[in-house]
Design a binder for this molecule. Sequence first.
Ligand code: GDP
Ligand code: GDP
Length: 467
Amino acid sequence: MKPLVAIVGRPNVGKSTFFNRMIGERLAIVQDMPGTTRDRLYGDTDWNGREFTLIDTGGLELGSGVPVGQIGLTGQPGDIMDHVKAQAQLAIEEADVIVFMVDARSGITAADEEVADLLRRFATKPVILAANKADNEARRQDSVEFYALGLGEPIVVSAISGIGTGDLLDRIVEELPPEEEGEEEEDEEEIPRIAIVGRPNVGKSSLLNAILGFKRSIVSDVPGTTRDAIDTTFEFEGRKLKLIDTAGIRRRGRITPGIEKFSVLRTSRAIERCDIALLLIDASEGLTAQDTHIAGEILEQSKGVIVIVNKWDLAQQQRAAEREGIYPRPDEEIPEAEEMRKQLEEDLKFIPYAPVIFASAKTGYHVQSILRTALNIADMRYLRVSTSRLNEVVQEAVRHHHTTIIRHKPFKIYYATQARVNPPTFVFFVNDPESVHFSYTRYLENRLRDAFGFKGTGIRLQFRARG
Ligand code: GDP
Ligand code: GDP
């Protein structure tokens, strides 16, 4: 996992200007698919050969779905401060390095002082003070006043003109934690990594505890929980599985409780790191837009996935009550499993390979089948298809369904080969890689799935010109 560098500071100091300067065009182009349309507020970049992920905390969405920086404009007095504090909290909990940005034009404000105070008291990671908008010499001189914040010497920058940003990046890189050897531990490569993801309150931490067999959450009040606590390896039916970001699942908002502020970022990072995502939805609420969004992200990253309809004990209770002649209010009614499954398959048909399991973290219902399914998916992700069998399937597929003629020449597949596993990735050598239509890719994917399975996992198809 790349180290995380968070930019915090009150609105309008220039956080997003700096962020865009660093990330700008590098931002992943998000595909036009359900749930994958939002802007990224974090992105990967590098400086002097060190890679890191930069996050603009100013644009983070809170529970209300309104970007942090905008809430104060229409909301109650004090909102801005809450949100700036919330950013600082994110940075304290998640980041390896914190860049605290202030505005050299306006000098120190009360908000700056509050944030500085939070960072001084709670941050266990390096904090770099950056005085932005120091566009000219006079401003650069004035920036000495920021010493008063008690966070050391300010790095003087102008995000707009780029002056000083190199020095700031030098400082960031200096403060990054030492590079991990080989990034992902080689010897553990084969242990399937599982992420539990879903909206707040769907039961992630309950499922985590059900899986690990604990009675209650282990809550640590020590700020900056160590990295080791992030992942938990355990055995199931003689095989190892690793639950990732367990610390993040257990962690609750400490400084400003009440809103699960950073689930979006945490979810994205967990999906990135995992092989298989357990996407929890709440049986009593059904699928929401946010669930679909997470599914889209899993698809985009070709991860394994199980859709878990959690809290199924509530449905079971309801059925039992109905048998005794007690009916729920219509708005509280949970549909029958088959009806719900159909609806889910319809709503999630852009990710048709996802198995659906009805489960209860509370009673333990189907928790073992979740793990068994996860192991099967892990096997699917490591499945290697022989080149000859693969090409038989591809030839057969082409015979049944020719592609259209594009730019006056017929599209041709010469041969295909499996380039890698986890996720299974297939390279098709063709005459014109540019002309492969999305629907034909989909068709080929379905033929591969018919032939080889890959139940529960994304696969990748790539097209290259035959050299
Ligand atoms: P954020 O709310 O902290 O993300 O701030 P923005 O990046 O949106 O910037 C707020 C305003 O400050 C915008 O109008 C920017 O153009 C301006 N700004 C950002 N960086 C600089 C700078 O280095 N110099 C000057 N003069 N203006 C800047
Ligand atoms: P998280 O925010 O996703 O980690 O969700 P929690 O695990 O904290 O659970 C949120 C609430 O849902 C808690 O009150 C749990 O007791 C409850 N809950 C979680 N799983 C189940 C379940 O399977 N059945 C029922 N009835 N309640 C559950």
